[in-house]
Design a protein around this ligand. Structure first.
Ligand code: BES
Ligand code: MG
Ligand code: ZN
Length: 501
C-alpha cells in the first residue's frame, strides 16, 4: 500500500474524515494524553473504554471505536505506553502500528492527531518521526501475489494538530517520508528473490539512483577486477555464471569538509559455495545483500536531503554458488592490497569481497572514515539476537558518532570487543591470513579480518545478520522479511557528521 501524507492546520472541529487515529497514554485520561481539544462526541467512547479498562493505552494495544459523530464516525485509539517512557522511538513504533492498521481500516480519508505531549517528547520534530513510523508500518511486499493485481489504492493520511504547541511542519513530514521511502526501497531489494535480483540488478539500481540525483556511478567489471588484482572478490564469484560487479557511487557536496565511505555486502545469494550450507532456511540467504540495500537506500535519501559531506557508496556484488569452477577450501588468493589469503571455508565469503572493496576505497578515495554494513556472521545472531547490530571498530570517536546515529534512527548498534588476541586465529598457516578462525567469537573474528583492509582509516563495521530481516515485536517493522536496517542510521550519521581529528 502506498501512503500519501498530507498536512492540515484547520481545527479538528472543521474536519470531515472517515476515521481519526489518536495516541492514548497508558493509565491516564484524555487530558493527560493531550486530547482535550477533541470534539466531544469523539471523546465519549474512548473515555468509557478507558474507565472500564477495556483499553488502557498500553503500548502495542489498540482499539477501534465508533463515535456516532457524522463528520468523523470512526476512531482508532493506539496505545502509546507510559508518559515517562515516551521517546522518538516509542512514538515511531506506535506510528508504525498505526501504519500497519491502515490497510485493514475501512476508511479512505484518515486523520492523525498530533498533540503537544508527543511533540515535546520527540527530538527530531514529531512530524518526521510520525511520517517515518506511518510509512514504514504500512509497507507491504506483495508484488508476487495475485491479489496485488487487484490494484491496492494508495491511501492518504492527514496530519492534524490538536493545539498550537503541537504544530509540526510540512518540512518535517517530508523528511520523515523520504527517510522511510529509502528504507522501504532497501526492504524491497532485500525481499526480492535471488532469481530476480542479481549483481547486475544491484548495479542497475545504483545507476538509476545516481542518474536521478546527479551522482557519479562507476561499475567495475570482472575484467577490470582482474587487472586490479581483486582475487578475493573474483574467487567468490567463480562458482556463479552471473558476473560480479564492484559498484562505486560518489555523492559530492561543494561545502564538504570530509569524505566518508559506506560499504555494503552485496551477496545476492549465499549458498555457502563448496562449503555448502544446510538446506534448512537456505532461502533466507537471498537477504545476504542487505548491507548493499542499506547503502543504496541511504544514497537515495542522501540525494534528496543533501548533507554537507562527500559520500562514497561502494558495493561488492556477487553470488556465492558451488560449480565446476568454484573456489575450493585450501585455495590461496591475493587480495587487492597484496595480502595472501587462504580460503578455509568458502562460506566465509563476505569478508573476502568486502576486504577487496575496502582496500579499493581506501586507495582510490582516501576517505576520512569508513562504515561497512554486512550480514556477515550467523554468530552475531547467537550473540546479540535481532534487536541490535554488532559493531567492531578501530576508532572510538567514530564509534561514538555511529552509536548516537543508532539511537536517533532506531537502528541501534552494540560494540563488541576487538582486543588483538581475538585476531590471532586468522593469522595464516600458508598465507598471510586465513578466512576463518577456530570457531569461537565468530563475529569479532570476522570484523578483525576486515580491519586488515582499511589501513589506519577510522572504521566501523556493522554486522547486521540479526537485524536485517525477521525482526518481530517492533511496530514499524514488518512481521517478516527485510527491515531496511542501516538506511536511517547512515542518513543520521551523515546529517549530523562531526569531522574527525
Ligand atoms: N551470510 C552468512 C552469515 C549469515 C548466516 C547471516 C545466517 C545471517 C544468517 C555468511 O556469509 C556466512 O555464511 N558466515 C559463516 C562464517 C563462518 C563460516 C566462519 C557463518 O556465519 O556460519
Ligand atoms: Mg562468476
Ligand atoms: Zn557465507
Amino acid at each position: 500500500m502506498e501512503l500519501k501524507i498530507e498536512y492540515s492546520k484547520d481545527p479538528l472541529a472543521k474536519q470531515k474524515l472517515d476515521a481519526l487515529i489518536v495516541f492514548v497514554l497508558e493509565d491516564s485520561d484524555l487530558a493527560v494524553s493531550g486530547l482535550k481539544a477533541l470534539p466531544a462526541p469523539l471523546k465519549k467512547n474512548i473515555t468509557t473504554s478507558l474507565k472500564l479498562k477495556v483499553f488502557t493505552g498500553k503500548k502495542d494495544k489498540h482499539q477501534q471505536l465508533f463515535s456516532g459523530y457524522a463528520n468523523i464516525p470512526q476512531i482508532l485509539a493506539i496505545g502509546a505506553g507510559k508518559k515517562d517512557e515516551l521517546t522518538s522511538e516509542t512514538i515511531r513504533r506506535a506510528a508504525g502500528k498505526a501504519g500497519k492498521l491502515l490497510s485493514v481500516l475501512k476508511a479512505n480519508k484518515v486523520g492523525f492527531v498530533v498533540t503537544s505531549v508527543l511533540q515535546n517528547a520527540s527530538d527530531p520534530d514529531i512530524g518526521q518521526v510520525l511520517a517515518e513510523g506511518l510509512t514504514l508500518g504500512s509497507y507491504e511486499f506483495n508484488q508476487y501475489k495475485e491479489s496485488h493485481n487487484e490494484k491496492s489504492k494508495p491511501k492518504s493520511i492527514k496530519i492534524l494538530c490538536c493545539d498550537p504547541e503541537s504544530l509540526t511542519s510540512l518540512r518535517a513530514l517530508k523528511s520523515g517520508k523520504i527517510r522511510a521511502d529509502g528504507t522501504n526501497m532497501a526492504r524491497t531489494l532485500g525481499n526480492t528473490p535471488a532469481n530476480d535480483l542479481k549483481p547486475k540488478d544491484l548495479a542497475a539500481e545504483a545507476e538509476k539512483i545516481a542518474r536521478q540525483h546527479k551522482m557519479e556511478c562507476t561499475i567495475l567489471e570482472e575484467k577490470e577486477m582482474k587487472k586490479l588484482g581483486m582475487e578475493m572478490l573474483l574467487g567468490v564469484s567463480k562458482g556463479s555464471r552471473e558476473p560480479a560487479k564492484l559498484i562505486v557511487m560518489e555523492y559530492l557536496h561543494q561545502k564538504a569538509e570530509q569524505t566518508v565511505a559506506i560499504v555494503g555486502k552485496g551477496v545476492t545469494f549465499d549458498s555457502g559455495g563448496i562449503s555448502l550450507k544446510p538446506g534448512k532456511n537456505m532461502d533466507e540467504m537471498k537477504f545476504d545483500m542487505c548491507g548493499a540495500a542499506a547503502v543504496l537506500g541511504a544514497m537515495k535519501v542522501i540525494g534528496r536531503v543533501n548533507p554537507k559531506i562527500n559520500i562514497i557508496g561502494v558495493i561488492p556484488a556477487t553470488e556465492n554458488l558451488p560449480g565446476g569452477d568454484a573456489q575450493r577450501p585450501g585455495d590461496i588468493v591475493t587480495a587487492y592490497n597484496g595480502k595472501r589469503v587462504e580460503i578455509l571455508n568458502t562460506d566465509a565469503e563476505g569478508r573476502l569481497i568486502l576486504g577487496d572493496a575496502l582496500s579499493y576505497v581506501v586507495k582510490e578515495f582516501k576517505p576520512d572514515a569508513i562504515l561497512d554494513l554486512a550480514t556477515l556472521t550467523g554468530a552475531c545472531i547467537t550473540a546479540l539476537g535481532h534487536y541490535v547490530s554488532g559493531a567492531i571498530t578501530n576508532n572510538e570517536e567514530l564509534m561514538e558518532q555511529v552509536r548516537k546515529a543508532g539511537i536517533t534512527s532506531g537502528d541501534r548498534v552494540w560494540q563488541l570487543p576487538s582486543y588483538p588476541e581475538y585476531g590471532e586465529s586468522i593469522k595464516g598457516k600458508y598465507g598471510d591470513l586465513q578466512n576463518i578462525g577456530g570457531g569461537d567469537s565468530g563475529t569479532i573474528v570476522g570484523g578483525l579480518f576486515l580491519e586488515h583492509f582499511v589501513d589506519k582509516t577510522p572504521w566501523v563495521h556493522l554486522d547486521i545478520a540479526g537485524t536485517a530481516w525477521n525482526v518481530k515485536h517492533i511496530g514499524y517493522q514488518p512481521n517478516s522479511g527485510a527491515t531496511g536496517v542501516g538506511v536511517r542510521l547512515i542518513v543520521d550519521l551523515m546529517q549530523n557528521w562531526k569531522p574527525l581529528n
